[in-house]
Ligand binder design. Sequence first.
Ligand SMILES: Cc1cc2nc3c(=O)[nH]c(=O)nc-3n(C[C@H](O)[C@H](O)[C@H](O)COP(=O)(O)OP(=O)(O)OC[C@H]3O[C@@H](n4cnc5c(N)ncnc54)[C@H](O)[C@@H]3O)c2cc1C
Length: 551
Amino acid sequence: MADDADVIVVGGGLAGLVAATEIADAGKRVIVVDQEGEQSLGGQAFWSFGGLFLVDSPEQRRLGIKDSFDLALQDWMGTAGFDRDDDHWPKRWAEAYVAFATNEKRDWLRAMGHRIFPVVGWAERGGYDAMGHGNSVPRFHVTWGTGPGIVEPFERRAREAQKSGRLTFKFRHRVDALSISNGAVDGVSGAILEPTSVERGQSSSRTIVGDFTLRAPAVIVASGGIGGNHDLVRQNWPKRLGEPPKHMISGVPEHVDGRMIGITEAAGARLINRDRMWHYVEGIRNWSPIWPRHGIRILPGPSSMWFDATGKRLPAPLFPGSDTLGQLHYIMSTGYDYSWFVLTQSIIKKEFALSGSEQNPDLTGKSWRMTIKRATNKGAPAPVEAFKQHGADFIVRDNLEDLVSAMNALSGDNLLKPEHIKAQIEARDREMANPYVKDAQVMNIHNARRYIGDRLIRTAKPHRILDPEQGPLIAVKLNILTRKTLGGFETDLDSRVFGNDGQIIKGLYAAGEAAGFGGGGVHGYRSLEGTFLGGCLFSGRNAGRAAAKAV
Ligand SMILES: Cc1cc2nc3c(=O)[nH]c(=O)nc-3n(C[C@H](O)[C@H](O)[C@H](O)COP(=O)(O)OP(=O)(O)OC[C@H]3O[C@@H](n4cnc5c(N)ncnc54)[C@H](O)[C@@H]3O)c2cc1C
């Protein structure tokens, strides 16, 4: 049987698009198959905030941030905590990826027209020691145009290749099996799904109207993770985090179904680190959902007070924006799968950002006029205000007693004692009189404000939570929100997949979230953030270049 292409890419998300454009640019013929309709091209990346981990960038330098490959690698290793035999390739990918983020990533993207918002964000700040988890310095570079701005250069390149006949898209083609001849993967087969007119990101029908088989000497699996499939998330939930949460919301569309992972495993591919995942603890139910159980992650600044379901303040250093996995671990240990932020209007206005392209019309729409309002506006950005008004998890009250009573009513658990919450807030508020104090969260706030980017748009002027001038008071019920799959198919640096016998499976490559963003888990246990899109860029590029060379 003749080949239909030189390479087949399964998945038209960011990793698949990057791989496919590299293949086409190398003069080879590539087919991209995706189970969704054309309107969802770009997958999760379109919905993303477009945050990118970059090291020693001109944006950092302009803000006075001194960063380096060595500092970033120290942070990466302290965060990843690689501790398994299976971490051989993930660790090699991590070293290569930090080098890519230091030396190449920004220039490579810039040459394709990608641009960056000048204020660099500071995610996952840690709070342990220099070798522990977290970013020592701000490194979260937001794409000007957010998610669509990161998809755009690759979609443009793909459309050009499509015009020249080197790239073919096959939408509504769902791969159900990989074909293998003489030990080598040489094609895919599956179902053709009925056409769909749903909006981007909405769930589409799974009604089958035909079948297909395609042949090529190389197949790249770039099918994303498992975050949209809560059954799979629960099945893979690590024992070290206790029982899986009973209630979760989804930070990804339903097509992030993990199905192709099982199909690739069935072909003999070796999946490693399946118990490593990156879910958020600051999820809020979307009052205007696009996909089922749609939740949004709050990207919090450092000042909100954080209480567990029983009303106890989270221990140091589990402050907003410090250690996502540590917070998840702590919250699951309370026996409840939710927690609370308590804050003021002054804090929400300056410190709440919502992750997602549709929640940031200023940055997504590339409007300087709207973006500048982040620093000057009297209220919070419009999407945050909309959540405050319509969001099921938001409570706004003028006094603490009413606030706590509404919190008890919302959870239905009646666990919060007003005097307990009040005593903790008052104690924290007494620490506001001096800039040198013992409360570690308050120290953090002062530290954050020494960075100009935080002072400008991310950290409110220190104030008492119970100061009526800063009010009203706000409580937000925080849910666990599924998002990223950190484990994946074990690959070498050319993204070639290993089989269960430890040998490379000829013809098979994996990239993006399906490959644990590189090697089967480039992040180890934790992420420094902005590393997922970058992992798709790097592993997609390596897979595309290697496959094009091999065929
Ligand atoms: C709201 C949001 C905000 C985010 N913000 C950031 C951020 O700021 N920074 C960052 O680094 N990361 C961020 N991320 C994460 C990042 O966007 C994703 O990890 C990344 O885009 C995954 O890309 P992918 O190509 O690996 O997979 P996907 O985007 O999931 O694409 C996989 C594609 O494969 C298709 N597919 C799956 N199975 C099959 C099959 N059997 N047959 C055919 N097709 C199939 C799917 O339909 C899909 O189109 C965010 C994600 C979301 C949702």
